[in-house]
Design a protein around this ligand. Sequence first.
Ligand code: ADP
Length: 514
Amino acid sequence: MDSRYIALPKGVSETQFDKAIEEFRTILGKGNVLVEAEQLAPYTKIMMPVDESEHTPSAAITPASVEQIQAILAVCTRYKVPVWPISTGRNLGYGSAAPATRGQVVLDLKRMNRIIEVDADLCTALVEPGVTYRQMHDYLKENEIPLWLDPPGSSALAGILGNALDRGVGYTPYGDHFLFQCGMEVVLANGELLRTGMGSIPNSNTWQVFKWGYGPYLDGLFTQSNFGIVTKLGMWLLPQPPAFKPFVVRFNEEGDINKIVETLRPLRIAMVIPNAVVIAGALWEAGAFLKRSDYYEGPGAISDAAVRKIMKQHELGQWNLYAALYGTPEQIDVNWKIVHGAFTAAGGEVLTEEQVGDSPIFSYRRDLMRGDMNLQEFGLYNWRGGGGSIWFSPVSQSRGSETHKQMAMAKGILAEFGLDYVGEFIVGWRDMHHIIDLLYDRSDPEQMKNAYACYDKLLDVFAKEGYGTYRTNTAFMGKVAQAYGSAQQNINQRLKQALDPDGIIAPGKSGIFN
Ligand code: ADP
């Protein structure tokens, strides 16, 4: 269809959309309403194995205040134009900045990027959506505030608020981001402004220190959802410890994941090891630094022999567990004896920073565990090349037999489609987030088809075994929602109808429509 827009919202005529765009221009100024294809390029690029046209936005708008968002939502309601809020739009591998369905207007909140407050005594912060990890990191350094952030793997460019809302994770003791979130400000579809928890009380100074407030706890409703637009987020920051001791434990066999997790679990639950640990598979570690074609050119998934060769050349284990101890030197000494003893008894090779020496692979992990910025994870995109990546993220019990079972299931299914097992287990006290990066070449139609079919099968087979995923990309949100059953889908839809009856906020997010 010929249109002056690269896409139109579903059910909205071009004339109606013209009017909405004119009103957006009045509210925001012309320069903050983008409709040209070149301007929209950053919002159309995806890494998923589907055609870009399925996720093409109709426009992108960049408000600078809560009042402007409220005025925009009134226009959206009038013309039935849906908006897809993003904060920094780096949700790579989960949909990037593009909307869940074609024709939504991207509501890009990057201009709302104030660090409103950092309280160095209480170790709390309040930020707007556009604040990046890099920005907060530099702010803490410049102001000599001895607090640590908890960046995710793809940290420096991504945003604090967007990551917490999508329930992303990091690697310090504050690795579960939503757990360490405290208080939100949300614009609802009808324009009402809600402050959750203690923020509802005029003149309250406890908004960022007490999560629960009074009555039903609401913050969770605004994560992985489309029930509101979050405009401020409170969070807790980690006081810089007097001492920090990062280490790696290497194990050489795939089946060792069983004893690694059995050894780790009690240490994590008792908080002897306090941080969000990573157990990275060999190809995850290698993939961030190496190119697949230098090691394997054959058909199908990379051979076990090629993986062994990489392990040998680059001093990697089949599994590489990264963890750290934090506290005073005396506390660390006591816990180090326990940790070293436990992993040595399990057959692991335990190495400290000094023993590893100058290794970029270790430095990357060490930096993340002390809240430093890093872009190394993007190296995974060069492993195969071609810009294709989707994360498959099932949740596992933190139990050796379970992690082993999941790894074997995933590796088998990936191999059926010629894809490599690039996986890691992260975070958990009692759970493990099992994260697998499906890497493929988007310019190769065969690989695109295989990646789609593989992800689909992974979801089916894992659901049949009782496993759900903690997060997914915008192409598969409906399917993942189905796995969680009809009662959960029904309540989400009823909440959506109550809070956003016209369906103007992010239709399709987490499979929820009005
Ligand atoms: P990041 O760049 O940190 O990875 P994004 O800005 O892409 O994060 O946000 C991740 C996801 O969270 C988005 O795709 C969107 O679904 C949701 N989201 C982001 N910001 C908001 C917001 N302010 N209000 C509601 N949902 C949001």
